[in-house]
Design a protein around this ligand. Structure first.
Ligand code: 13P
Length: 252
């Protein structure tokens, strides 16, 4: 009932030529419409990748990795070096990754800022891929559920409708480390997230919302993850930079 979604987060990798070549390889991957595929290139590569996919693989959507929102939610202004919501939209993004742990932990983005961006993104018709996840120390202190559900509650404050929201659970200790959560361990958190959504948004919202897992997803662990009842897809970093590996993940 929930359509699987496999998303690639290319992070700060690939020059223009490499991004185009990877997009061209991925355009041949056919899922017969049974899965959604999103690709998130860097800002500089996004417009050309979107243009290429529009021609060769319109079933693949482009997501931005972020955008900036000025004071009072300004969507333009004197913010040297930043990229706005109208800019990513006009460059072909139909979705955006928000609240990634790298944004939270390296660039200091907090839940309040992420919440403003989620609200503006969905008001503009984009799909918000909202990332949540605990640090290793938080997992070791057994406070992962409190941490993740607090991130979720604050990032979704005053968001009334989750139709255009996808949640990605990415335990920080599993990102780029080769350590994946066990399928059952990931499913337990996904279940906690779904229960939380049910409590605040009702049963149909909790049944419909897609919850992706991210953190060292590879061709050899995707199947077991996708067999879990509450895992609806994956947000893939490293393995999405290789066409062959990402194709295997899509066709798990
Ligand atoms: P890796 O797949 O490289 O662990 O990255 C996961 C991630 O952060 C996706 O957003």
């Amino acid at each position: 009932m929930r359509k699987p979604l496999i998303a690639a987060n290319w992070k700060m990798f690939l020059n223009l030529k490499e991004a185009l070549s990877l997009a061209a390889s991925l355009s041949k991957v056919n899922t017969d419409g049974e899965k959604d595929i999103f690709i998130a290139p860097s800002f500089t590569n996004m417009a050309v990748v979107a243009e290429e996919l529009k021609k060769s693989a319109p079933h693949i959507s482009v997501a931005a990795q972020n955008f900036y929102l000025g004071a009072d939610d300004a969507s333009s202004g004197a913010y040297t070096g930043e990229v706005s919501l109208p800019m990513i939209k006009s460059a072909g993004a139909t979705a955006v990754i928000l609240g990634h742990s790298e944004r939270r932990n390296i660039f200091g983005e907090d839940d309040a800022f992420i919440n403003r961006k989620v609200k503006c993104a969905i008001a503009e018709g984009l799909t918000a891929i909202l990332c949540v996840g605990e640090l290793l120390a938080e997992r070791e202190a057994s406070v992962q559920n409190e941490v993740v559900l607090a991130q979720l509650g604050k990032s979704l404050a005053q968001v009334a409708d989750l139709t255009n929201v996808v949640i990605a659970y990415e335990p920080v200790w599993a990102i780029g480390t080769g350590k994946t959560a066990t399928p059952a361990g990931a499913d337990e958190m996904h279940n906690a997230i779904r229960t939380f959504i049910g409590r605040y948004y009702g049963k149909s919202a909790s049944n419909e919302i897609r919850i992706l897992y991210g953190g060292s997803v590879k061709p050899d662990n995707i199947k077991a993850l996708m067999q879990q009842g509450n895992i609806d897809g994956a947000l893939v970093g490293g393995a999405s930079l290789n066409a062959e590996q990402f194709e295997k993940i899509i066709n798990y």
